[in-house]
Design a protein around this ligand. Sequence first.
Ligand code: AMP
Length: 189
Amino acid sequence: MNIIIFGGPGSGKGTQSDLLIKKYGLFHISTGDVLRAEIKAGSELGALAESYISKGQLVPDEVIIGMLANVLDSNKEATGVIFDGFPRTIPQAQALKSILTERGKEIDAVVALEVEENELVARLLKRGEISGRSDDNLETIKKRLDVYFSQTAPLVDFYKQEGLYKGILGMGSIEEIFARITDTLEGLK
Ligand code: AMP
């Protein structure tokens, strides 16, 4: 099973991914985590990524797409993958489709966490108190939300047209949201 976990910044993608990995034995690819690891390692890619992340902007498509293909090819044994924070633009979604098709794979569902905007801001500010992430401050959060609505939200229609979009109410307790996701995924089988 290959899943995309989709939603705005602060919608709970990482939290729900952790639970999904445990339940279904999926391999987790979080492009944000990969980029933060590159920054920590002091690599060239990390330095490039940092200049975008700190401003709340997206890292260029060609960089992210190349990185994603590398991560997939380094983990060929994975029987199922959860894509977290990728794709974030239409060109990334188109590239993912060809990358998977070339490897004889496909996306089974796009689990989309639907959360109100004011709740996203509140959650990100709260996370900023403990995460130490340079992009969890009010100014950058606002930019990330603008970027989400202008560049990432068009993927909703893209995946609805593909017949893969599964909207999940992303408000409530972590357990309640997880139960909604697993009910939806079980319904696909
Ligand atoms: P995240 O941890 O998913 O919230 O990502 C943190 C930041 O990393 C984003 O605000 C972007 O700057 C960058 N990033 C992560 N994934 C992508 C992606 N798929 N495309 C472009 N930039 C990304």
